[in-house]
Write a protein that binds this ligand. Structure first.
Ligand code: ADP
Ligand code: ZN
Length: 746
């Protein structure tokens, strides 16, 4: 201990970034003989408090202005070569400043988990039901232990062993119910070698022929980007084109050019669109590519990371966090479906991968292309202002017309059916012609919400205040926020009136209605209840693709990126749920959703028909979506946003305060608001709130929030960042979260 505290005079001092919420780096001393090995970007193991932590060296010096007695010694240097290069070091420094976190926390978002601890594990623990264990044992658990019941049910429904951590994370359970089942001999645990790529060997990977000729619009887009690439200059482009207009082909061509120049590429897609289909397109053109998604095990992620860093794999296709892939000499960054809110990380650091993409491209003199059929209003406005170059693909490649869209006013349907007469007719016709249909709804479960027809109360979770949904398969109501499951109440919890009714429609109920209407049709359902594993998703899609399924019913999962030539009818069961979200972007999201869903019909030679069912047929988002008129929608919406000073004309910073103790939450929220009021210029920056958040209770915590709203470049925001940092660091409770550029306000 003593020698650790008093470094010798020739000591080398290093600045180490640790994944701690304190926004500073920590100084340590290192033996001089380590001088060669300690470089910026190397990992070191250091004492911290009473424990031991892995951190990244971000600076070195031969002198230190701290008293020597306060400088502790590094335990070990973990790398021969720096694991983080200069480019990513600088990017994470920016990330930390912008999104208000420590450098170490930003680095933690970049490093694969296996590199964040000492030593590396290459094995993964998986669990599965023991042989002979089946429905009987499951039923016997139903009364005895709900948690064990859920574990066993999930394992029995899975088509193979599940990684242990993934299972527990999914069910939000502690390990103990699983351990009990293992002890009883009902569930078996084993360690397996982490396989390299979960997507490999899955459903057949589609080929995508390289078209001989690009359309003139595609050519113009590729040339504009290629010019920047050749000059090694930064360029940001917004590629606006409807689904089927050939955007993916444009991405493939510009990546070809980057590879020919010896440079690499990152392609970001929403996690949900990261299917074998998408990956297959890139593999069929470029050979092996690195795939990075949330379901990789730690070992798989580490292997990918190393193969990318060494330059062996030059193309990375992945979800949000792939923006930090260590691609040497990055030439192109593609963000497909750039409007997707899932590019924003929901935990610290709360970065937006699209915005990081533009910043990283700028720093690396790379080309960044943001593609979408329905650009975010932020990107659209950036293009209008000339900050991004707009590239348009106004028509579909195969000269198909856009599908015809019928808006059905459900207020005119007798007996409030799930399927309107129009939709029923279209489905019948499609089935007669042996074509396929997709029915979309954005809720899950059987008749999700319980609702009292006397007092209009909806049954909510006592913990989270979220509407609970009824799941018939196990006869319970479930909270999708904290995973609480309960038997359904027989009377209204507020007014005690008997006979609660179901509000809204779940995919199970739609599936049932369809079975009744079309007894001969082959129907499949796809939502996060039936699709626990990626394999389930792939199998259903493969069956749909090969024509073994006629009607596919599902949630958001089926709204993206799928390309099925025989789909001629798409029905949106209700557009209303999205419209009524408490969110400033509810209209924008509804428009995007409808546009995306319509892109699923008539992709090949058959014309497509879309039916949108709604109780609000005159809403601009629905009207403009029905006319495929993004520009008109965007203009109307932008006018409103400008008036309100909302993004993209202003910026938001959200502070969420949460704790079990509501009085503490309220007091802290007031204190923060007061401190901000004292330091910010009210003529420039509005302080909205504090008030209860729309999701007022989450996992037993009361939530209040406040919003800062001000112009795009605003010195108040840096003042606020620093102030909030000081306040946050001075308190252990309540939890204070700072969300810069929030994508929702729930
Ligand atoms: P998007 O990404 O905009 O939805 P895609 O790039 O997937 O559009 O193109 C839609 C379809 O058109 C794909 O099947 C693709 O192979 C085909 N395609 C794209 N560009 C061309 C082209 N220049 N010539 C012929 N077919 C093309
Ligand atoms: Zn809950």
């Amino acid at each position: 201990m003593v020698s650790e505290l008093f470094p010798s005079e020739e000591s080398l001092f290093v600045q180490v970034a640790l994944a701690k919420p304190m926004r500073k780096e920590f100084t340590y001393a290192a033996d001089p003989e380590w001088a060669q090995r300690i470089q910026q970007g190397s990992r070191v193991s250091v004492p911290f408090g009473r424990g031991r932590e892995v951190g990244v060296v971000v600076g070195t010096a031969h002198e230190c202005d701290l008293p020597a007695s306060r400088v502790r010694r590094i335990y070990d240097v973990l790398d021969e070569q720096p694991v983080i290069g200069e480019e990513l070091l600088e990017l994470t420094r920016w990330l930390a400043d912008y999104y208000v976190c420590s450098w170490g926390e930003a680095l933690a978002a970049v490093l694969p988990a296996a590199l964040k601890r000492e030593g590396g594990r290459r094995k993964v623990k998986v669990v599965s039901p023991a042989p002979g264990i089946g429905p009987e044992e499951l039923v016997s658990l139903e009364e005895k232990s709900e948690k064990q019941y859920r574990v066993l049910r999930t394992l029995l429904e899975a088509s193979g062993p599940l990684p242990r951590t993934e299972l527990l994370k999914r069910l939000a359970l502690s390990p103990s119910p699983l351990q009990t089942l293992v002890r009883k001999g009902w569930v078996q645990e084993e360690e397996i070698e982490a396989d390299l790529d979960l997507l490999e060997g899955a459903a057949a990977q589609p080929e995508r022929a390289r078209p001989e000729q690009l359309s003139s619009d595609q050519n113009a887009a590729v040339e504009a980007m290629g010019a920047r690439l050749a000059e090694r200059a930064f360029g940001a482009f917004l590629l606006h084109g409807v689904t089927g207009s050939g955007k993916t082909e444009v991405y493939l061509r510009i990546i070809e050019q980057a590879l020919a120049l010896g440079r690499g590429a990152i392609v970001l897609v929403p996690e949900i669109a990261l299917t074998p289909q998408t990956v297959g397109w890139f593999r069929s053109r470029f050979g092996d590519v690195a795939v990075m998604h949330s379901r990789l095990t730690d070992a798989q992620r580490l292997i990918m990371w190393r193969r990318v860093q060494s330059g062996e794999l030059r193309v990375v296709v992945g979800a949000r966090s792939a923006i930090f892939a260590p691609v040497p000499d990055l030439g192109v960054i593609v963000v497909d479906e750039e409007h997707e809110p899932s590019f924003k990380q929901g935990s610290n650091p709360r970065y937006h991968a699209r915005d990081v993409a533009v910043v990283r491209a700028q720093r690396s003199r790379a080309v960044c292309v943001l593609g979408s059929a329905t650009p975010s209003l932020e990107s659209f406005e950036n293009a209008e202002q000339g900050r991004y170059q707009l590239l348009s693909l106004p028509s579909r490649v195969r000269e198909q017309s856009m599908p015809e869209i019928a808006v059905v006013d459900m207020r005119g349907e007798k007996g409030s059916p799930l399927i309107s007469r129009v939709l029923e007719t279209y489905l019948r016709e499609a089935l007669e012609r042996q074509e396929q249909a997709i029915l979309f709804l954005n809720r899950r479960g059987f008749s999700p919400t319980l609702w009292c027809r006397e007092c209009y109360t909806v049954v909510r979770c006592a913990q989270c205040d979220m509407a609970m949904t009824f799941h018939r398969r196990h006869g319970r109501i479930v909270c999708h926020s904290c995973c609480e499951e309960l038997p359904p109440p027989s009377a209204c919890p507020t007014c005690s009136a008997p006979g609660l009714r179901f509000l809204g429609q779940g995919s199970e109920k739609v599936e049932e209605t369809l079975k009744a209407l079309f007894p001969d049709a082959r129907i499949a359902r796809m939502d996060s209840d039936t699709m626990l594993r990626r394999e389930d998703y792939e199998e259903t899609l493969a069956a749909f693709g090969s024509g073994e399924i006629d009607l596919l019913v599902g949630t958001q999962m089926i709204a993206k990126g799928l390309d099925f030539p025989r789909v001629t009818v798409v029905g949106v069961i209700s557009a209303d749920a999205a419209l009524h979200l408490p969110d400033l972007r509810a209209s924008e999201r509804t428009f995007q959703l409808l546009a995306q869903v319509s892109g699923r019909a008539g992709r090949a030679d058959l014309p497509g028909r879309i039916v949108i069912q709604t109780h609000a047929p005159d809403h601009p988002a629905i009207q403009h979506a029905a006319r495929h008129d993004f520009a008109a929608f965007a203009r109307g919406e932008l006018t409103q946003r400008r008036e309100l000073g909302y993004p993209p004309f202003g910026r938001l910073l959200r502070v969420v305060i949460e704790d079990q103790d509501e009085a503490l939450v309220q007091a802290t929220a007031q204190e923060i608001a007061e401190a901000l009021r004292q330091h910010l210029d009210p003529a420039r920056t509005a302080i909205l709130g504090p008030t209860e958040a729309p999701m007022a209770l989450l996992r037993g915590r009361h939530r209040h929030h406040l919003l800062l709203k001000g112009p795009i470049s605003n010195p108040d925001f840096s003042v606020a960042r620093n102030l909030l940092t000081i306040i946050t660091e001075s308190k252990s409770r309540p939890r204070i979260t700072i969300d810069v550029d929030p994508v929702h306000l729930l």
